[in-house]
Design a protein around this ligand. Structure first.
Ligand code: FAD
Length: 490
């Protein structure tokens, strides 16, 4: 116990956090936790001078001496902005497009990201849940609420048979239109936060700022930068120039056909159950995926094929014909063939993969979402990883020990320490999952028992993340960096 400014204060050094300390003003109830005893006492004195009075247990956050410049306003950038704004961390967003927009179709997130949403902002999960389509949206299929996918043999002796009901507890399969979700995120961003038509062309680190230069000729001196600029990230290129060549996206040896079918057509093709409940059809060298969207009015249908050839187009989409589709997918059994009859666009979409980068940060710059770890889509986990990134980074930047841009460097390094291993493992396991789905995973192939075991183990790991423990692990790294490095930022 001590008296500070004539107030009785309980001071406590935080065990295991170096010089970090906690102070509780027993008169007003104000509480502070900072990386040094001195800073804790300073904050308490400042609070007294300003006459701030807080309920017991609440913490006054020291005013941040930095603004976070977010480059890119996709799902990752907006989730981060929302998390930071809710925690009173100043933010500015620079988006290349003339407005926020989403071009993709459906989006599905797994249980771990679903649990992260309300931690970013409780309104986020309420909004997400209000927009999703689930298996249970079709009357009579309520019992499939917890099912992520039913896995069905596409061909072979067991053609059409169910091999597994893969449950994703407690959220089940949830899918929404990307544009709807993005619009909901945008509605949570204050007007003066976003700048459009700001395509980043270069980034230069100065002694006390990072200069962002945009295609329209304007520049901004940012305190700290988070690149959320997607799969072709410019921020990543400038942050890790020596890795540009070896981390370029490369063809993953797989392409897909995509379609959205009327639910009525799908029911005619494969019957009510198969059309209404999300399904993976697994076959030799290929797999197909279906799940209901738009409250069960339509069906999203994707067909993926392993390919040993090089991708022979400059773009990511090349024309394909009905004959190509039949020759690629004809062996995938009666369900898939019946759905294929309703596919009108036979374009082929290349699936790219992204070799791992060595770090998600350097000095005052970090990357998040697809900019850091774009994944193949075979586990539906890319956006979920961006959401987990956003939560962890928002928590670390909001930590009371992070006050100056130099502190942010430590927060970025802590974010890298916890997020890189997990998100890079997700990228690897997504690629491996394509092999499982195509029955060509070495040592497993079409062994039903081994496939079930592999999926149970993989998805438990992906979905059962203890998000609080994950954040606290980041906080431990943060406090260790702040303690050990005493102002030496690299
Ligand atoms: C076929 C397919 C299916 C998928 N399905 C799923 C799924 O079911 N579930 C799931 O979780 N994930 C899925 N994903 C992955 C998911 O779409 C991405 O992981 C997610 O959208 C990444 O969000 P992001 O904000 O990091 O990047 P993006 O959404 O790409 O946003 C990047 C933003 O940055 C802007 N930008 C780009 N360059 C610049 C620049 N130079 N300057 C300023 N702004 C810039 C862009 O305009 C954009 O607004 C799928 C991906 C594919 C390809």
């Amino acid at each position: 116990m001590s008296y500070i400014d004539n107030r009785l204060v309980m001071l406590r050094l935080l065990h295991g956090h170096g010089r970090a300390a906690e102070a509780i003003d027993l008169t007003s109830g104000a509480g502070f936790r900072c990386r040094s005893l001195k800073r804790t006492i300073d904050l308490l004195s400042t609070s007294h001078r300003l006459g701030e009075n807080h309920a017991m247990g609440s913490e006054v956050s020291p005013k941040k001496q930095f603004t976070v410049a977010i480059v890119g306003g996709g799902i990752g950038g907006l989730a981060l902005a929302i998390g930071l704004l809710r925690r009173n961390v100043p933010v500015q967003i620079y988006e290349a497009a003339p407005a926020f927009r989403e071009t993709g179709l459906g989006l599905s997130i797994g249980p771990a990201a679903h649990r992260a949403l309300p931690r970013i902002d409780p309104k986020l999960r309420v909004t997400y849940d209000s927009l999703v389509t689930t298996n249970a949206d079709s009357p009579g299929f309520e019992r499939f609420r917890d099912t992520w996918f039913e896995v069905v043999w596409a061909s072979g002796d067991d053609e059409g048979e169910l091999m597994m009901d893969l449950k994703a507890l407690p959220s089940g399969q949830t899918t929404l239109r990307r544009a709807d979700f993005l619009a909901a995120l945008v509605a949570m961003i204050p007007d003066n936060t976003a700048h459009f038509d700001k395509r980043l062309v270069s980034l230069t680190e100065r002694a006390d700022s990072v200069q962002l230069s945009f295609e329209d000729g304007t520049t901004v001196a940012a305190d700290v930068v988070v690149g959320c600029d997607g799969i072709k990230s410019r921020v990543k290129e400038f942050m890790l120039p020596e890795e540009v060549e070896q981390t370029r996206p490369r063809y993953s040896g797989m392409y897909c056909y995509r379609a959205v079918l009327e639910m009525q057509d799908a029911v005619t093709a494969v019957g009510n159950h198969r059309a209404r409940v999300a399904t993976w059809y697994i076959g030799s060298g290929c797999y197909a995926i279906t799940y209901p969207i738009m409250n069960g009015k339509k069906l999203n249908f994707g067909m993926y094929k392993l390919d040993e050839e090089a991708w022979d187009s400059d773009g990511w989409v090349r024309p394909g014909t009905k004959e190509d589709l039949d020759s690629d997918m004809g062996h995938m059994g009666s369900y898939v063939n019946a759905l294929m009859k309703y596919v009108s666009d036979t374009s082929q979409w290349a699936i790219f993969e992204h070799p791992p980068v060595s770090s998600y940060c350097r000095s005052r710059v970090a990357i998040l979402g697809d900019a850091a770890h774009a994944s193949t889509p075979h586990q539906g986990a890319g956006a979920g990883q961006a959401i987990e990134d956003a939560l962890v980074l928002a928590e670390l930047l909001a930590d009371n020990a992070v006050v100056t841009p130099e502190d942010v460097v430590a927060a970025f390094r802590a974010y890298d320490s916890v997020r890189r291993p997990r998100s890079q493992k997700v990228v690897t396991s997504s690629k491996e999952n394509a092999d499982l789905l195509c029955l060509c995973h070495e040592g497993i192939r079409d062994d039903g028992n081994k496939l079930r075991q592999a999926w149970n183990e993989r998805f438990q790991w992906l979905w059962n993340l203890d998000i609080d423990e994950h954040i606290e692990s980041g906080r431990d790294h943060l406090h260790r960096h702040l303690r050990n490095e005493g102002g030496q930022w690299s």
